[in-house]
Design a binder for this molecule. Structure first.
Ligand code: CDP
Length: 229
């Protein structure tokens, strides 16, 4: 009997809580496979940044939703090697680092819980994802955006470990920060993300759950690569 050669999964979804390493691993995996890397979190961050920039109250669901529906967000491959995984442009302006700021971090989960915001952004994400040869990372990729993804991974770790990694990342970039404040924000974001009504953070039934607490980034990468090949 002839054996059909197994094919690499074309659509790979990586979901998980805040700072679980999805972007680092996702980018590395996409580069190894020659796939597109798409970090969907940056879109929610871009909407939050623009709302704050324009003085819109993030608790005003109608105003934030209208903004998400009308604004133009571009997510493009990184144009600079300054630690970014991709470029984030809003109406042509590069806001990549602005979206990583403390204020966006503290407000993004409020914005991401709005049904209309999610509808606007997930439609765009689905359109890109369905073209295939993509590694897409977020909270609801395997459950809502691309439920037919060929491979779904749920990357987890304790809040303490994730906060430590985010702390190291910021310090490595030359920034100054406070571990306890990061831990608090990580826990609060997870709470809002996993208890919201629309597309809450959870592992898809058919996802491979990877607990990365005791693993290095290289080990996580190797384990995921083994699932792909
Ligand atoms: O990089 P980090 O894990 O800290 O966060 P992110 O992936 O940039 O996502 C920022 C926020 O956007 C999350 O806390 C969620 O509130 C929201 N998000 C979402 O709701 N759905 C997604 N597919 C991606 C992000």
């Amino acid at each position: 009997m002839n054996e059909t050669p197994s094919q690499s999964p074309s659509i790979i979804a990586i979901d998980g809580p805040a700072a679980s390493g999805k972007s680092t691993i996702g980018l590395r995996l996409a580069e190894a496979l020659g796939y597109i890397f798409f970090d969907t979190g940056v879109m929610y961050r871009a909407v939050t940044w623009l709302a704050l920039e324009r003085g819109i109250d993030v608790h005003d669901e109608a105003a934030v939703t209208a903004l998400a529906e009308e604004m133009h967000i571009d997510v493009a491959p990184a144009s600079k090697s300054d630690g970014r995984a991709c470029d984030v442009l809003v109406d042509g302006r590069d806001i990549t680092w602005e979206t990583r700021g403390r204020k966006v971090d503290a407000n993004v989960s409020i914005v991401a819980a709005y049904r209309g915001v999610r509808r606007a952004l997930s439609q765009q994400q689905r359109r890109v994802g369905q073209r295939g040869k993509i590694v897409m990372v977020g909270r609801d990729i395997g459950t809502v955006v691309l439920p037919d993804a060929d491979l779904k991974i749920y990357l987890d770790a304790t809040a303490e470990e994730r906060a430590r990694r985010r702390y190291d990342e910021i310090v490595a970039r030359g920034g100054s920060t406070d571990y306890d404040a990061i831990l608090k924000r990580v826990i609060e974001r997870d709470r809002i993300d996993s208890t919201r009504d629309v597309a809450p953070l959870k592992a898809a039934d058919d996802a491979v759950v990877l607990d990365s607490d005791k693993l290095t980034a290289d080990e996580v990468f190797e384990q995921i690569l083994a699932l792909v090949k």
